[in-house]
Design a protein around this ligand. Structure first.
Ligand code: IVH
Length: 665
């Protein structure tokens, strides 16, 4: 075959195969057998091998993924990828409709779509060719995952028209494929994904597109983000157009009133479990595009759409055991080990029981049948015990009077809900403390994680974090699975961490109550570790956002001989003890990340006084309210949280722990 004949054949096969690909994956309506398809694909692949310069960019042979990348690059979205405000019940939806009608005073037609539980992506086409795909990221900047997205069979590589367009959709893994994927992962001894959403996100964030290609990813496209001058007046017309171009679009229902929307919400919540894909709610959108324009958007979400979140899902399961974990600060946390059960798309086998009082109040015993609850990303919780199923053999839980790790006596201080092991040399605390020191937000020592820290401790190579800096390659070589190269990499990573800003050292030391943000504020204020060590309680409290409890903890930390010794060892090892920031940078970094968010504080907070938490929220642009409503963005719940927590669960408002709050700030 000469080159011209090959070009013709390659073009012909590429077009025919792409057409069949579309019929099979997008339209679910195959016209040829798998055998016929594979025969043509083989023929194309052989020709492309002989004439690589003739291979087309949209060749179906390219869906298997090419070379692995070293890292993803950042992409700035040309149109911000907004998110949605949430609703949880009929009343919320009526409010939404009322507010829209108040603004534009017209009859509104709504479109209702399933809210797919996957990963939001932006697909960019130039002259009909797929040129770039990106994650949502923070809505403004995402990551370029084009090569992984090219492996998704329902994403057309070439559109039916040669136009410039950007569309948005949700990449997901169908339920059945998800179950299979986890079976394969388990056989290979690899990560088991908690839910289809994590599996989809994890697959798209693989640097090797060959992995993504094997994950059976799929997409529903639900929005035209940007396009040339094509006249489309309704969202549903947009859907028809997207289908004509070759996209697989969301399913939808058109509703003439909010009452119809409410009926559909009920119908969809009933058929939710029979769908082949996971959904966590529905999205309600104004259909008319000029009405949408009149309504406009808020900073993060459009006024013309709202998500309707399904209520938290409950399941019955059994408490197999209650185990106690010892944290970095010595806190003993009881955790229920559950008979694994699927709730809201995830397999749940553990739930935190917080503390002794929580268990007593709910009277949770080992062997009990319990109702657990989970909504979306929220941590699973034990709601109640099914007393009718109690047989009498269940064992009440006793908080251990000695630490399960070091056997020293445990204490519960007056007014505190937490029981603690006070032994600063407790191996559990030491191990957790070291894991914290090397972690990403602290000293960020690449390649040094939980397993190597454990090995170093077990082999008596380190007794505290400062010992890491005197390790030599020869010390590491005898360790399990430690080759010449990885030992050297580890030594290099430890060496590199010496140059870190002092804020990482302050956070890494693990001073009780001092999170990453507080460490940064302290470093900015006192400029060095010495500066902080010399500061009085009053001077520390004077720092904006730093409260009294935290200041007290910092001063107490630097009074302990053992801690002073560690600081000295770090200094001698050459670890940087100074702040590397200029004051300008600090100003630029102070963002208003809580703008538009309302928080409700409840229960006993361990790390902050209520007034301090309030000060922090407000300094970041947020608001604190005294009561929970559907407008509440987050409920920050400490120990022994009562009715406000119940209300939040009832309304489906996100509940966060102090740790999660710290991460957010
Ligand atoms: S519309 C401006 N429609 O839900 C348009 N979003 O909480 C905003 N999602 O990040 C999104 N299915 O990734 C829309 N049919 C659907 C959706 C959907 C899933 C996701 C989307 C977004 C999140 C909003």
């Amino acid at each position: 075959m000469n080159k011209e004949e090959a070009r013709k054949k390659i073009d012909e096969l590429t077009d025919i195969l792409n057409e069949h690909n579309h019929k099979y994956y997008v339209l679910d309506n195959p016209e040829i057998t798998d055998y016929e398809y594979d025969t043509m694909l083989n023929e194309l692949s052989n020709l492309e091998e002989k004439f690589p310069e003739l291979m087309r960019e949209d060749s179906p042979t390219q869906r298997v993924g090419g070379e692995a990348l070293l890292a993803f690059t950042q992409v700035e979205h040309s149109v911000p990828m907004l998110s949605l405000s949430n609703s949880y019940n009929k009343e919320d939806l009526i409010d939404f409709d009322r507010s829209i009608r108040k603004l534009i005073g017209e009859k509104i037609e709504y479109v209702l779509e399933p809210k797919i539980d996957g990963l939001s992506v932006n697909l960019k086409y130039e002259k009909g060719k797929f040129v770039q795909g990106a994650t949502r990221g923070n809505g403004v900047v995402g990551e370029d995952i084009t090569r992984n997205l090219r492996t998704v069979k329902t994403i057309p590589l070439k559109l039916k028209e040669e136009i410039d367009i950007e569309v948005r959709g949700e990449v997901y893994i169908p339920r059945e494929k998800f179950t299979k994927l986890n079976q394969i992962q388990a056989e290979k001894g690899e990560t088991i994904f908690a839910n289809p959403r994590n599996a989809a996100a994890g697959s798209l964030r693989q640097l090797d597109p060959k992995i993504a290609a094997k994950r059976n990813l799929n997409i529903f496209v639900f929005n035209i983000q940007r396009m040339g001058n094509i006249s489309i007046h309704k969202h549903t017309e947009g859907f028809e157009y997207l289908r004509r171009l070759g996209f697989k679009t969301s399913n939808y229902e058109v509703c003439q009133s909010i009452e119809e929307v409410i009926d559909q919400c009920e119908k969809w919540s009933k058929k939710r479990s029979s769908l082949s894909y996971e959904i966590d709610g529905l999205v309600i959108k104004v259909n008319d595009l000029s009405q949408r324009e009149a309504l406009g958007t808020r900073s993060k979400s459009p006024r013309w759409a709202i998500a309707y979140k399904f209520p938290a899902e409950q399941q019955k399961t059994q408490v197999k055991d209650i185990v106690v974990q010892v944290g970095r600060t010595g806190a003993l946390t009881p955790t229920a080990e559950l008979e694994p059960v699927r709730v809201a798309g995830s397999v749940i086998s553990r739930a935190t029981l917080h503390n002794e009082d929580y268990i007593k109040e709910k009277d949770i015993r080992i062997g009990d049948t319990v109702i657990i609850e989970k909504a979306g990303d929220v941590i699973p919780a034990v709601v109640r015990v099914v007393l009718e199923e109690r047989k009498g053999e269940e064992k009440p839980f006793e908080m251990p009077t000695t630490c399960p790790i070091c056997n020293e006596e445990t204490f519960r201080l007056e007014g505190e809900a937490v029981t603690r092991c006070m032994n600063a040399a407790c191996p559990a605390q030491l191990r957790r403390g070291l894991i914290h020191f090397v972690s990403r937000d602290a000293m960020n020592i690449d390649g040094l994680g939980e397993s190597i820290v454990t090995l170093l401790l077990e082999n008596d190579l380190i007794k505290d974090c400062a010992d890491l800096y005197t390790l030599k390659k020869e010390d590491l070589l005898p360790l399990e699975r430690m080759g010449e190269k990885s030992a050297q990499n580890l030594i290099d990573a430890i060496e590199k961490s010496k140059k870190n800003d002092v804020e990482r050292v302050i956070f890494g030391l693990g001073i009780k109550l001092v999170g990453a943000r507080a460490a940064k504020l302290l470093a900015d204020e006192f400029k060095s570790l010495d500066g902080l060590m010399k500061a009085s309680e009053e001077e520390i409290t004077a720092v904006n956002e730093i409260g009294h409890k935290m200041a007290e903890s910092v001063v107490a930390f630097f009074k302990e001989d053992r801690n002073l010794e560690i600081v000295e060892k770090l200094r001698v090892a050459g670890v940087n003890m100074e702040s590397l920031h200029t004051s300008n940078e600090q100003d630029e970094n102070s963002e208003k990340k809580f703008e538009g968010l309302t928080f409700v504080l409840t229960g006993t907070l361990e790390k902050y006084k209520r007034s301090e938490a309030k000060k922090i929220i407000e300094s970041l642009g947020g608001r604190v309210s005294g009561s929970v409503s559907k407008k509440t963005s987050y409920v920050l719940a400490g120990a022994e949280a009562g009715s406000k927590l119940d209300k939040a669960n009832q309304l489906g408002v996100a509940v966060i722990s102090e740790d999660e709050f710290e991460k957010m700030i």
